[in-house]
Design a protein around this ligand. Sequence first.
Ligand SMILES: O=C(O)[C@H](CS(=O)(=O)O)OP(=O)(O)O
Ligand SMILES: [Mg+2]
Length: 239
Amino acid sequence: MRDHDRMDSRFLGIPELVDVPTVAVVVDVMRAFTVAAWAFGQGAERIVLAESLDEALALKARHPEWVTLKDGPPAPGFDTVNSPGFLRSADLGGRTVVQKTTAGTVGALAVKEASLVLCAGFVVAEATARLLRTRACDSVTFVVTGEDGQADEDLACAQYIARRATGAGPDATEFLRRAGESRAAAELTEGVREGAHPDDVALCLELDRFPFAMVATLEDSLMVLRACAVPSLTDEAPA
Ligand SMILES: O=C(O)[C@H](CS(=O)(=O)O)OP(=O)(O)O
Ligand SMILES: [Mg+2]
């Protein structure tokens, strides 16, 4: 039986990903994977993580009913922006979303050959940790997507999930405080980052807003993210 306390965690920025991890948790709190979680919360069936803006536009041209979003300001060919505040009023029931951002989607695509790829932020922290526990993951690479691995909102979330995945029950307050004081939070609050809603930072700091984890897999050469229900702890085998 695996000892949950022994999970080996490493925390790497995207440029540091030189080998293919077995299990990767790609963290982007502000804002890609908070946005992705909200898309599922609003009914989206799947999210295609696009390699480039051109690929997102080409997918839209082939599938006009798909919903495209990118970070930065609104742009032709894109239906919306990378903002949980704006996305929470969208009806995405059964829709396919195409997402392209500066950090989050790039980080997920950088580990697309891994056996298990989870995408995460605070809004799905507990479900993500629980999935790592139920899959008995002994060694996990956390991809800290922002600022070449230095983004403290992503590192804090990654460290929190890593602790939770070992069965420890750390108080989230300090991790959320770090995220709230991060450069990304300040830039979103001050309007430096475009395509932002005034509620974005608060929405990115909602702990366990959603009950699902998010798993990315290659489907017909596209990296596709799907919400994944995770059994409750009472369904886990005893350690
Ligand atoms: O939309 C975001 O918050 C960022 C882009 S930027 O840093 O604001 O330019 O993208 P993400 O990949 O979600 O970190
Ligand atoms: Mg980010």
